[in-house]
Design a binder for this molecule. Sequence first.
Ligand code: NDP
Length: 337
Amino acid sequence: MADNSTIALSLDEVEELAKSVLVAAGMDEHGSTVLAGLVRMSERDGPRSHGLRMLPVYAQSFSSGYANPEADPSVERIAPGVLRGDGDNGYYQIVAAKARDELIEMARANGIAAFTCANCHHLGALRFDTGLLADAGLVALGVVNSLSMVVPQGGTRPVFGTNPMSFACPRPGRAPVVWDQASSMVALMDIRMAAAEGHELPRPAGLDPNGQPTSDPNAILETRSLLPFGEHKGAAIAFLIEVLGAALAGGTLSVDNANREAHGALNIKGGSTLIAIDPARFGNAAFEGYVQRICAEIEGNGDARVPGDGRLKNRAAAEADGVRVTADLMKQLRELL
Ligand code: NDP
């Protein structure tokens, strides 16, 4: 029977545990430090589904030979505004860490610059990628394609991944605005959770075996066919991400998962693009005032809040009190050490 009791961990303990599991899984010093930092940020700000829970997935990707635990990625400037990364079959964040300073410098020089990355595995939550650029005073837009699970509007089989996108911009005197969202109506993790808890989803979020929209999580898990958010509009965004992510970068298309299945892997290998824009180069000296004004119109407007600000609340709580981890997950992680 599942043990639902929980254990408190500080963020330092989260990071140490993550690092130990990754090193035990064969990952090198640098890569394990980068990914352990990502696990810490995901536990701190959310989404926690991309935190400690990802560690068994990372470990399996190495033990099955699907991902390279000692990746030595390369980054090359192939045009004045284009930086191209090759992940050496390792994890995306390791390439991104290598590219970030150069991307920022290029955006400041040109006004706009893009970093694409192929041959790399699961990116995690996009918010940390775009958020670091906003911390440097830039506007950022990031996309990554994933594993085919989302059906095009009116279709019967998945074409797109849950393809997330993220946007971030500086906000005067406060933490940047940073949001990220999947292209599916409901995240796969939430469907799994509803199935485990034995309740229906609040609205139809996928197709049943007869190709009909359903809010039954078990039926959706059977077909692995999720509906896009916002009907045809979400499907169009998923399309855009497939092109800007996989096609532009030369990454794996969401429908091309044969290699992943052969390794029994759960992580995702796609393609990503991160666009950095320096607002100071766009000729509107009042840019920051515009952002402030847009946020002010949202805050205090009924129950509305600036998108993504929930992460700041999570952050304050996690920094003060740490996070609670289920005994089952702790047991699973200790078995990996
Ligand atoms: P949610 O629908 O939970 O949230 C989407 C965004 O909206 C978040 O930035 C959230 O931030 C914000 N938000 C939520 N509710 C409100 C509200 N009422 N008002 C204003 N803003 C709100 O996210 P998804 O389920 O779509 O995606 C979850 C995560 O999974 C993302 O981090 C995404 O990057 C990641 N992901 C990664 C994939 C990959 O392949 N690497 C694939 C798919 C998803 P907040 O609540 O903090 O304000």
